[in-house]
Ligand binder design. Structure first.
Ligand SMILES: [Zn+2]
Length: 521
C-alpha cells in the first residue's frame, strides 16, 4: 500500500476514509491471493501425467524434429493453446514458427494487463522434440527402437501446458506479457531456441526473463537443480520465497553452458533460468517412459515455477542481466566451509575435549603473554565458570569466551585438593554477539551469507551453519551488510532471523546473552 502524506490536523477527519480504503484494499488483496492460490492449485499430478502419457506414446514415435511424430506432437500443443484461448505468437500469423528441415517452434502469448509493461515479455519455454528411434549420435540405448522421451522432455512440455492453463485461470493477467514457447530440434543442437532468439516474435529488447524447463520428471532426494540463478540480482531469493509450499531442496548451480535452451538467452544478455531434476539410467534410452515419471514431484516443481513466473511478470521492477554470471565461479570458502578461518583467540588457552565434564574444562596449555597467562591461569587448571556461564564442555567455554564483555570473571579449580579461585581477565579483541562472520554477494542483494559460525557461539547453538543466507532480522529487511551489522548488534535479543538454506526459508531464533556488548556481532 502507498503511504499518503497527511498533516496532523487533517488526520482525525481523514481517519474513517483511510480505514474504509484500507478495508477495500485488503479485500482486493485477499481476492488476488485467493485467485493466485486457485491457479497454483489447478496444477495437479493427473493433468501433468496425462500430457506426458500422450506425448510419450509410441504413436508420436519419439517426436523427432521434422518427422510425422514431431508434427503430431506440435499439433497436440497447438490444440491445447487453442483450448485455452491464447493468442498465437508464431511468425506465420498462427502458432508456428517454421525453420530448418521442416522444424516448427510452437508459440502463444498471454498479453499483460499494463499498457506499458505489457510490451515486456517473460518467456516460459521447453523443447518438445526428442530423438525418435535414436541414432549413433543421439542414443545411449538401442538404436531403432522408439525413444519416447517421457522425461526428456515431455515432462517440461507438460509443465508449460499446465502453467499456461494456470495463467489463463487468473481473473486478470499479470502486468507483463507471458510467452509460452515450445522449441523444436533441441536434440539436434538447440536449433529451435537459437532460431527464435535470432528471429524473435516479440520485441527483442523487451524480453526480461526466460525460464526453461527441461527434464523435471525425476525428483530425487527432493532436489531440484536450477541453473542461471546468478543471471540477475535477487533470483535466488525470488526462487526461495516461492518455494514455501513446494519445500524443495534447491541446488543453485553456477554452471552456465550450452546444454539446454536457456543458453541462447544468456548469450543475448537476457536473465535466464533452467529447471532440471538431473540425468538418470534411462536418459536418451528407449526406456525413458511415462510410467517412470514422478508426477507428484513435478507438481511441486511446476507450482514453484508458477509463483516465480508470476512475480517476474507482475513486480514493478524486473532485475537486469548480470554480465558477471558468465565468468564467475563458486567461491572455495563454501566448499571448504568447515576449515574456514580460525576462532578468534581471546583467552589464549587450549584444552583436551576428553578433559571436560561436570567439574569444568581442564586446560592443557596457556599461551605465554595471553589474557589467560596475564590473569594467572595455568595449564592443569579447570575452568568452571566464565562471565556467569557454567562451563561443562569445550563448546561452553568457547562460546562464553567469544561473547564475553570485559572485565570477565573466571572461576578456576586448580586441582582436586586445592581451593577454587576467582580471577578477573581482560580478554583480547571484541565480543561477538552472534559468533558469525559473513560475506555479501552482488548477485544476492539484501542478503548476508554466513562464512563462519564459531563453535559454542549463540549462532551455533541456534543451529546456524556456514552457507546459510540471512534475509531478515527481527522481521526487517536490510539493504547492505553495514545495516545488518547495525541491527544484529543493537536489536534486543532474542533475535529472530529469516534464514534460507538450500532454497528453503526457515525462522531461526538466536538467544544472545543479555550482558553482551552491542558493538560487534
Ligand atoms: Zn535430450
Amino acid at each position: 500500500m502507498n503511504r499518503i502524506p497527511v498533516c496532523r490536523s487533517c488526520l482525525a477527519g481523514l481517519l474513517p476514509l483511510v480505514l474504509v480504503l484500507c478495508g477495500v484494499l485488503d479485500a482486493s488483496a485477499a481476492e488476488k491471493n485467493a485467485s493466485l492460490t486457485a491457479a497454483i492449485n489447478s496444477i495437479v499430478p493427473d493433468q501433468l501425467q496425462s500430457h506426458v502419457v500422450i506425448l510419450a506414446d509410441d504413436t508420436m514415435a519419439g517426436r523427432e524434429a521434422g518427422t510425422p511424430g514431431g508434427r503430431a506432437a506440435a499439433e497436440y500443443l497447438v490444440e491445447r493453446f487453442g483450448d485455452l484461448g491464447l493468442t498465437a505468437a508464431g511468425s506465420d500469423g498462427g502458432f508456428y514458427q517454421r525453420f530448418g528441415a521442416g522444424y516448427r517452434n510452437v508459440l502463444a502469448i498471454l498479453k499483460g494487463r499494463d499498457p506499458t509493461l505489457s510490451q515486456e515479455t517473460v518467456i516460459l519455454c521447453a523443447h518438445y522434440d526428442h530423438i525418435g528411434r535414436g541414432s549413433k549420435k543421439t542414443s545411449l540405448g538401442r538404436i531403432g527402437e522408439i525413444h519416447n522421451g517421457a522425461d526428456d522432455n515431455a515432462s517440461g512440455t507438460s509443465a508449460i501446458l499446465e502453467l499456461a492453463e494456470a495463467f489463463c485461470m487468473l481473473p486478470e493477467p499479470p502486468r507483463r506479457s507471458v510467452l509460452f514457447a515450445f522449441w523444436d530440434a533441441e536434440e539436434k543442437g538447440l536449433l529451435g531456441s537459437n532460431h527464435w532468439a535470432a528471429n524473435p516474435t516479440v520485441p527483442p529488447g523487451r524480453i526480461v526473463a526466460a525460464i526453461n524447463i527441461d527434464m523435471i520428471g525425476r525428483l530425487r532426494d527432493n532436489q531440484l537443480t536450477v541453473f542461471g540463478s546468478r543471471t540477475a540480482q535477487g533470483y535466488r531469493r525470488l526462487i526461495s520465497t516461492n518455494n514455501a509450499q513446494s519445500d524443495l531442496r534447491i541446488d543453485f548451480s553456477w554452471t552456465l553452458v550450452a546444454n539446454a535452451d536457456h543458453y541462447p538467452f544468456v548469450q543475448r544478455q537476457i536473465p535466464a533460468l533452467f529447471a532440471h531434476t538431473g540425468v538418470h539410467d534411462q536418459y536418451h534410452r528407449e526406456t525413458d517412459d511415462a510410467d517412470l515419471i514422478d508426477s507428484d514431484g513435478m507438481t511441486r516443481i511446476v507450482r514453484l515455477l508458477f509463483g516465480m513466473t508470476y512475480d517476474l511478470a507482475e513486480d514493478e521492477r524486473c532485475p537486469r542481466f548480470r554480465t558477471a554470471c558468465r565468468t564467475e565461479s563458486a567461491p572455495t570458502w563454501v566448499i571448504s566451509r568447515e576449515g574456514a578461518g580460525a576462532v578468534p583467540q581471546r583467552l589464549g588457552v587450549a584444552w583436551d575435549p576428553q578433559g571436560a565434564g561436570e567439574d569444568g574444562v581442564e586446560l592443557t596449555s596457556v599461551t605465554p603473554g595471553s589474557a589467560a597467562d596475564t590473569a594467572g591461569i595455568r595449564p592443569g587448571d579447570r575452568v568452571v565458570e566464565l562471565a556467569g556461564h557454567i562451563v561443562h564442555s569445550g563448546e561452553d567455554l568457547a562460546g562464553a569466551v567469544l561473547a564475553a564483555v570485559n572485565p570477565v570473571r573466571v572461576v578456576v579449580k586448580p586441582r582436586e585438593d586445592e581451593e577454587t579461585r576467582e580471577l578477573v581477565v581482560q580478554l583480547e579483541g571484541t565480543p561477538l554477539r552472534l559468533g558469525i562472520t559473513w560475506e555479501t554477494d552482488d548477485a544476492e542483494p539484501g542478503t548476508v551469507i554466513l562464512k563462519q559460525v564459531f563453535p559454542g557461539s549463540a549462532a551455533a547453538r541456534a543451529g546456524l551453519r556456514p552457507g546459510d543466507r540471512i534475509y531478515q532480522i527481527a522481521g526487517r529487511d536490510f539493504t547492505d551488510d553495514g545495516q545488518f551489522a547495525e541491527l544484529a548488534t543493537t536489536l534486543p535479543g532474542p533475535l529472530e532471523l529469516l534464514v534460507e538454506r538450500e532454497g528453503r526459508l526457515t525462522t531461526i531464533v538466536v538467544h544472545v546473552a543479555d550482558e553482551i556488548s552491542r558493538r560487534a556481532a
